[in-house]
Design a protein around this ligand. Structure first.
Ligand SMILES: Nc1nc2c(ncn2[C@@H]2O[C@H](COP(=O)(O)OP(=O)(O)OP(=O)(O)O)[C@@H](O)[C@H]2O)c(=O)[nH]1
Ligand SMILES: [Mg+2]
Length: 316
């Protein structure tokens, strides 16, 4: 029997060596695994932490092959050089959950395997509409107790960045030069405007500069001049990576973190409630608006699980 609470306490105390076992507990969807996971998560909750987890939760999303993993290799090196610990959850869109982690191709991120300041884990996407699968959100929550930076890497453009937005403080959308997707999605209003746009493969030259210019123009026309558009090259010698680190930090520094995290927990609880109990249960609460009001009246520190319990109780 896994002691979820003990793993959670260790994470809260900054013991990163508890992280792999903690992730196994969270991915275990058996009843015993679930109860251990709930105990674990209670130990890293906002209430137990006496405030929001100080980690920077960063979403990195973009089309297949855009260069996300290579960019993360370069970012990991920069963060480690600055003495920051890093955990990366690579969400694998193709794999079905199999009870454990799948170290697929998606997690090809270079790092020193002997460095215990870096943890890289593949996690199954699961089937979910309107949000990341709960194990991904819960894994990010647990890791945020013990790592300085927690990255959630997802594939896609359009839908996926709204998913990571429910978990992450800062969302960076990654695009490669010459792929007009992001531009089209931005113009069509399909994509929520990302916090930071990154054009990869800047070493390709003019085509990268043109992509950057087009994206910046699209953002201006949407009235979003302040959204940074950066060009980076992840191949050695990397370029633009320090600027990206600075842009990520600047975005995070400008956030009202408790307000952002409280809003995310409420959105996640509502998404989870609707998924598990269905639209009829939502109607029993008087509809989405009423459910949102009910959530807004709760203690801002309540966890997703606690908020879910409030919704479930009220809908009976
Ligand atoms: N020229 C150049 N090629 C790059 C750069 N970054 C990545 N690539 C290449 O682009 C391809 C895809 O890179 P990945 O980092 O695996 O892309 P990804 O977005 O993680 O891909 P998925 O995980 O499959 O969605 C690889 O062949 C890389 O070598 C870069 O900065 N410059
Ligand atoms: Mg990848």
């Amino acid at each position: 029997m896994t002691d979820g609470a003990a793993l959670g306490r260790r994470l809260r105390e900054g013991d990163r060596s508890a992280a792999p076992a903690a992730l196994n507990v969270i991915e275990d969807r058996s009843p015993a695994g679930r109860s251990a996971a709930l105990e674990l998560l209670a130990e890293v909750s906002t209430a137990a932490m006496k405030g929001e987890a100080p980690a920077h939760l960063i979403g990195v999303t973009g089309p297949p092959g855009a260069g996300k993993s290579c960019l993360l290799s370069a970012l990991v090196a920069a963060w480690r050089a600055a003495g920051r610990t890093v955990a990366i959850l690579a969400v694998d869109p193709s794999s079905k959950r199999s009870g454990g982690s799948l170290l697929g191709d998606r997690a090809r991120i270079d790092h020193d395997p002997a460095d215990d300041g870096v943890l890289i884990r593949s996690t199954a996407a699961g089937m979910r509409l309107g949000g990341l699968a709960p194990p991904t959100r819960e894994a990010a929550e647990a890791l945020a107790a013990a790592f300085d930076v927690v990255v959630v890497e997802t594939v896609g453009v359009g839908q996926s960045e709204t998913d990571v937005e429910q978990v992450c403080d800062t969302v960076a959308v990654i695009v490669q030069p010459g792929s007009g997707d992001t531009l089209q999605f931005l113009k069509a209003g399909i994509m929520e405007v990302p916090d930071i746009l990154v054009v990869t493969k800047a070493d390709l030259g003019d085509v990268a500069l043109a992509a950057r210019r087009d994206l910046a123009a699209a953002l201006r026309s949407l009235g979003r001049r302040e959204t940074p558009v950066l060009a980076v090259s992840s191949l050695p010698p990397p370029s633009g990576v320090d600027e990206l680190v600075a842009a990520l930090d600047a975005h995070r520094a400008a956030l009202d973190l408790p307000a952002v995290r409280t809003r995310q927990r409420r959105l996640a609880a509502l998404a989870e409630f609707t998924f598990e109990s269905g639209e009829r249960a939502l109607r029993a609460l008087g509809g989405r608006r009423e459910a949102e009001k009910l959530l807004a009246a709760q203690d801002p520190a309540l966890s997703v699980r606690d908020l879910l319990a409030v919704l479930e109780q009220q809908s009976r």
